[in-house]
Design a binder for this molecule. Structure first.
Ligand SMILES: [Zn+2]
Length: 410
């Protein structure tokens, strides 16, 4: 970090913030505006934001940033919505972010329904509550006239999920206007008040295509069959002895191919997700997987009818998320822990795959935290979010962010 204003020990710093009248006024804002914050979340989440289709939600967020005082809010070259809340100094510069995209395709019904305390909609929690937190924090800072020493960059990122491959965060931190000037990074992702994701879960994702000449199931029997070969590849991968420690996982998440029951397919494809807490284990799994696919194609080719062409294998890397860690003694982690404790909760350090992966891989201290409230059925059409207790998450976030950038003294 450039020149953090962190001079006091984190616990002292949090106590000092809890004694500041403006901070308490912001706390009251979260409580008295709970219903409004939820209404805003409903409006945001009703705007479709499929992968690579976040533009409308991004411009809505930009208008809200502008309405609440950040008049220079803009959409960057990648599609991120970015707004600077300048402090007395440009540094430290803290990014506060949440992701705009959902995992759901464009034709999804994003209408938000309310059933008792719950809000139901795809993406309502992941990351609708994170986006709502950005606006709630901005509004509380404004309403309580809190000026800061360092500066805050509010960002709604694109492409956090799946094939987005963290493209928004990557652009922001490596190519955009703010590349090289960000000193710390916070991402809100999902609900809760205890989780502090300080470690990045690395992953590699592949799209595999196998192509052959195809033919008639009876007349051309013996032609290399891409679906049969893909089946062999899946079966091989499924035998991988993935260790539970360090946790290592694999998933064939999508499989497609073929035309009809009596047609030898010309093509088969699958999408595969490989993850590990350890870079070495991820490497090992990655090598096993690539060999499994190659050998599956070779086996199918070896048994094909004489004179027919072999299957062609096309293995494309569609996702590569770096792993790494923000050290547990870094101020951002210590402050997050102290803020959690100060509100009566037990901090829980965690490893996950989020926008913070990019920051962590660049050596920028980063954490991903929950935005309060609770949720379930994430990444399904039955996703729900319960905003009760959201104010705790917002208070924790406020203590953390002010602990990082400091309140401007009068
Ligand atoms: Zn998310």
């Amino acid at each position: 970090m450039a020149s953090p204003t962190v001079t006091l020990a984190p616990e002292k710093r949090v106590q000092e913030l809890l004694g500041a009248e403006r901070v308490l006024s912001a706390f009251r804002f979260f409580e008295s505006h709970a219903a409004e914050i939820t209404e805003e979340q409903i409006r945001l989440c009703s705007i479709p934001a499929p992968p690579f289709g976040e533009a409308e939600r991004a411009s809505y967020l930009r208008e809200r940033f502008r309405e609440h005082g950040l008049t220079e809010a803009y959409i960057d070259e990648e599609g991120n919505c970015v707004a600077l809340r300048a402090g007395r100094s440009r540094s430290p510069l803290l990014v506060l972010s949440a992701h705009l995209d959902t995992v759901f395709p464009a034709e999804t019904d994003f209408t938000v329904k309310r059933v008792r305390h719950r809000l139901l909609a795809p993406g309502i929690s992941d990351d609708g509550c994170g986006l709502a937190a950005l606006l709630a924090l901005l509004r509380a800072l404004e309403a309580s006239a809190i000026e800061t020493e360092g500066s805050i960059l509010f960002v709604g990122t694109v492409g956090e999920e799946g094939e987005g491959n963290l493209r928004g965060a990557r652009h922001l931190l490596t190519a955009g206007r703010w590349a090289k000037s960000v000193d710390a990074f916070i991402s809100f992702d999902g609900p809760g008040v205890e989780r502090i994701t300080h470690a990045a879960l690395g992953s590699r994702r592949y799209r595999v295509h196998l192509r052959g000449p195809g033919g008639h199931s009876w007349g051309d029997f013996g032609v290399a069959n891409p679906v049969h070969a893909m089946g062999r590849a899946v079966a091989r991968l499924a035998t991988y002895p993935a260790p539970s420690e360090p946790r290592t996982t694999f998933n064939v998440g999508r499989i497609a191919g073929g035309a009809s029951v009596n047609v030898i397919p010309r093509e088969a494809m699958m999408d595969v997700d490989l993850r590990s807490a350890s870079a070495t284990e991820l490497q090992r799994l990655d090598a096993f997987f690539r060999r499994a696919v190659r050998e599956a194609a070779d086996d199918e080719n070896a048994g094909r009818r004489a004179g027919d062409p072999p299957l062609e294998l096309d293995l494309k890397l569609i996702g590569d998320r770096p792993s790494g860690e923000t050290p547990t003694d870094a101020p951002i982690v210590r402050l997050a822990e102290e803020a959690t404790r100060a509100l009566g909760y037990q901090p829980r350090l965690d490893r996950s795959s989020t926008d913070s992966n990019v920051a962590i891989s660049l050596g920028i201290p980063a954490v991903t935290i929950g935005a309060g409230g609770s949720s379930g059925n994430s990444h399904t059409l039955d996703e729900w979010y319960d905003p009760r207790g959201r104010d705790i998450g917002l208070k924790r976030a406020l203590l953390l962010l002010l602990g990082m950038v400091g309140i401007k003294s009068d």
